[in-house]
Design a protein. Sequence first.
Length: 94
Amino acid sequence: MWRLITTLDRSSPMKNITITLDDETAAQARVEAARKNLSLSRFVSDVVQKEMRESGKYGEAMRRYLSRGPFKELGGAPQRYPTREESHDRSDIR
């Protein structure tokens, strides 16, 4: 096991945390950080922040989608679902 102390939020006072990684993950993280010319601490911080941003964007997009009420635009009388046979009919290509 390998332990790392890193900082998460650069806009406010820094907070040190300890994480535990298996040896292979730690080695891969060190290599990737070196490729990007970053310290391992900065690399891990960037990865966590990116994940948090993307998670937040997904949640916001889902809230916007659900707030639209996607089925409100449907109009007219309800229609029945097609049968299995109708859905899988390929008579036009035979």
